[in-house]
Design a protein around this ligand. Structure first.
Ligand code: GLN
Ligand code: ZN
Length: 767
């Protein structure tokens, strides 16, 4: 029996990589300093796993921005628009890489970034590969080989982790019509062969191909492509030990395909889908080992050793110990780094901490499970006893259950999820009430979280600022932002969200049933990390959460200020959720808490309230057959939160990058008066779903990309608005950026928003 990890978090125990990247981008440090930080993190990760006793230690799971972009650079799928940077000898490979990730606006060049989208059903974002019809590939970057050599020099024969060929192609996007990305298999395969040849020459024994698509719905063409690719790889590399890793779902109807691929190890996610074991075991050929993903890589709960051991023993019973690997369910990229750094008991209580395991702890769980499954020694049995105790105390803890919350959930009726009147009635009332112009302008909520704003919060937390001083500073920033929006002529203002650290954490901190960590950061995209709250118990809202700030902001202006809330599905989706009741039940509890807040905002005179639900789409089950069940409770949760108000109160929602085609009916069912969506990177393509559906409510397609520091021109936004008008009646359109502006600087923001307001005016001239 062996242990292995599919991947380890790479942001560093104190987010060193984030800081190093941002310093480098700001021109404050050299590339060597960045590389040094990166190397140090890789080495720490290897050492940690080695010392813990992990048998197969991954390499190339490290990345400076994103593992998919790494692969894109490795195989040279560099879009045409970066050619000038690629061919400029004075620029490093890493500069090209960052230009692809973030766009490039320097030295007379102005190049947009590549698209970014969510990694399966996680809150990690990857950079979408772009393919042309006659896309050619060549080995461009040696990152994989270099990382392998670097591990070898550290005394570790690492297992390179590579995105599997089929998964890589399926993650990408065709940028030309009339071809299918899977037709590129034969162009791409030789480059994979070349990479494997180099790795084998360097002494690699194991290779892990991540093929999560193997656990998703596949058409016949993809299935055939899987067979072709792995047969060819097997033929060329009879001696390499090939691991195919699947995760986030069960193999289900692809079981036969997966177990018959000519590879050495198949990794399956037994946290997400333990049932698949029943189907796999009888079909498993003798030549195939099974990697059991039993430690949850997506959540922070301590593993239940007894439960896991039952599974492992069942497999031992069927296939013996030799062909078993023990592993986390997926890469630990999605877990925070180390529970040991949670030292402040005022932040995370010892009782709750006892129930948790972060990446480092999961490594030890994996090792302990192997020992326990294999003639455990005294020490292992002690670990088992401790584990049992922690699992038991959590089950019976009084922290978790609140009868009042359960009673309130029990009496929810359909009416609670229904606005008083349909949209067409509400629209007229709202028009009279709000008196907004055509193409009203607004923003998505946050304004730049400058160094100052963040330092006030830090100082306040450290006790260096009193509550009063902190409050005054935030009020000044809010007022300044309100007046600035007035000055440039935005129609619906926002208060700027300066009091918020994060759109979920801020609410979680005020709701009961949530716990927090000091350092539980998880990478979201590039250098951006999030610190998801832990929902451990029944949720309710002991007091209003945002009314104070919305009321204040509204008091300093005659224009409408939009109240700003995070929706129940997003709070759920971006938290670590309790695993002792269905997610839908937890979501409903949050929905009631948000509803209370919406109603209180209305009472305080706020007439426009936005309930952000950027995570609705990422919550979709990966298998289509399970979509409607999820959407039903998710949409209902949103409606429960939004439906307590009068018709005159305008409810907005906001969603970041999502495709809407296949869920447009459900989006319409949410019945928000206005929806703002991220749209600009797709050049308004995403609007077509709304147009085809004849989406009746109002809609604000984002007219500029906020993930990049690039300032858009007025002309380019007018052009996008024209595109929008071509498919959606002008009376339904709003003008706004793609998302909140918290990660941007003020100078970019000022220029961009001024241009946006001008673009809206120019567009309305035609009417
Ligand atoms: N209101 C939030 C903000 O502007 C929305 C963020 C999001 O959608 N991710 O920051
Ligand atoms: Zn957004």
């Amino acid at each position: 029996m062996q242990t292995h990890l599919l991947g380890y978090p790479r942001i560093g125990s104190n987010r060193e990589l984030k800081k190093a990247c941002e310093q480098y981008w700001a021109g404050k440090t050299s590339i060597d300093q960045l590389l040094e930080t990166g190397n140090a993190i890789s080495h720490q990760n290897w050492k940690l796993q080695h010392d813990a006793g992990i048998d197969l230690i991954p390499c190339n799971d490290f990345s400076y921005y994103d593992q998919v972009l790494d692969m894109t650079l490795t195989i040279g799928a560099i879009p045409e628009r970066y050619q000038e940077i690629a061919s400029d000898e004075s620029r490093s490979e890493l500069d090209l890489y960052f230009a692809m990730a973030r766009g490039y606006q320097k030295n007379g060049l102005d190049i947009t970034a590549m698209e970014m989208t969510k990694w399966f059903d996680t809150n990690y974002h990857y950079i979408v590969p772009e393919f042309q019809k006659n896309q050619s590939f060549k080995l461009f970057s040696n990152k994989i080989i270099n990382e392998f050599i670097s591990a070898k020099q550290a005394g570790i024969n690492a297992k390179p982790v590579i995105i599997g060929l089929i998964t890589y192609l399926l993650l990408g996007k065709e940028k030309e019509e009339n071809f299918d990305k899977l037709d590129l298999v034969s162009n791409l395969l030789p480059v994979y062969i070349q990479i494997l040849t180099e790795l084998e020459n360097q002494g690699a024994e194991y290779i892990q191909f991540d093929e999560p698509f193997l656990a998703l719905d596949l058409d016949n063409k993809a299935k055939e492509a899987y067979e072709l690719v792995y047969n060819e790889i097997r033929k060329q590399f009879p001696n390499l030990k090939i691991i195919v890793a699947t995760y986030f779902e069960g193999l289900k109807d692809n079981t036969s395909l997966a177990v018959h691929l000519p590879v050495d190890v198949l990794h399956i996610d037994l946290v997400r889908n333990p049932e698949q074991l029943e189907e796999i075991l009888p079909l498993l050929p003798r030549s195939l080992s099974l990697s059991l993903g039993i430690v949850d890589g997506r959540n922070i709960w301590k593993n239940d050793f007894e439960k896991s051991l039952q599974l492992v023993k069942k497999v031992i019973h069927e296939i013996g110990t030799e062909r078993i690997l023990i592993a986390p369910s997926c890469s630990l990229l999605h877990s925070p780094f180390d529970l040991d750094s949670e030292k402040d008991e005022a932040i995370l209580s010892p009782e709750i901490k006892e129930w948790l395991a972060f990446a480092k702890q999961k490594v030890h769980e994996v090792v302990a499970l192997k020992k326990l499954a294999n003639n455990p020694d005294y020490h292992a049995l002690q670990l088992l006893a401790e584990n049992k105790k922690a699992i038991e105390t959590r089950k019976v803890s009084t922290l978790i259950h609140n009868q009042e919350v359960k009673n309130r959930i029990a009496i929810i009726t359909e009416d609670d999820a229904q606005r008083r009147n349909p949209f067409n009635v509400r629209k007229e009332i709202q028009q009279k009430e709000l008196q907004l112009p055509l193409f009203p302008t607004t923003t998505i909520g946050s304004f730049p979280q400058t160094k100052e704003v963040r330092s006030w919060r830090a100082q306040f937390k450290k006790g260096e600022l009193t509550a009063e001083q902190y409050d005054t500073l935030l009020k000044q920033e809010t007022e300044r932002t309100i007046h600035w929006q007035e000055e440039i002529g935005i129609d619906v203002l926002v208060h700027g969200e300066f009091e918020r650290n994060d759109m979920v954490e801020y609410f979680g901190e005020q709701l009961s049933g949530f716990a927090f960590t000091q350092n539980g950061w998880v990478q979201s995209y590039g250098s951006r990390c999030v610190k998801p709250p832990v929902i451990y118990g029944d949720v309710h809202r002991p007091h209003p959460m945002t009314v104070y700030w919305s009321e204040y902001a509204q008091s300093v202006t005659k224009k409408w200020v939009k109240g700003m809330l995070t929706g129940p599905v997003t709070i759920l989706q971006w938290s670590f959720v309790r695993d002792d009741q269905p997610r839908s039940s937890t979501c409903k509890q949050i929905a009631l808490a948000i509803r209370d807040e919406v109603n209180d905002l209305e009472k305080a005179g706020i007439r426009i309230i936005q309930i952000d639900e950027p995570a609705i789409r990422e919550g979709l089950p990966l298998r289509k057959s399970e979509w409607q069940t999820y959407l039903k409770w998710a949409v209902e949760a949103f409606r429960i939160s939004a439906s307590g108000v009068e018709d005159a109160t305008q409810i907005h929602t906001h969603m970041c990058y999502s495709e809407f085609n296949d869920i447009i009916q459900n989006i319409a069912d949410m019945d928000a008066d206005v929806i703002t969506i991220e749209c600009s990177r797709s050049q308004m393509e995403l609007l077509n779903a709304f147009a085809d559906f004849k989406y009746p409510n109002e809609i604000g397609p984002g007219v500029y990309d906020i993930h990049s520091p690039r300032v858009p021109s007025k002309e380019e936004m007018v052009a996008l608005l024209r595109k929008a008008q071509a498919v959606i009646p002008a009376q339904q359109l709003w003008v706004n950026p793609d998302c909140g502006l918290k990660t941007r600087h003020w100078d970019e923001t000022e220029k961009a928003l001024k241009a946006m307001v001008e673009a809206s005016r120019e567009a309305s001239l035609e009417y």
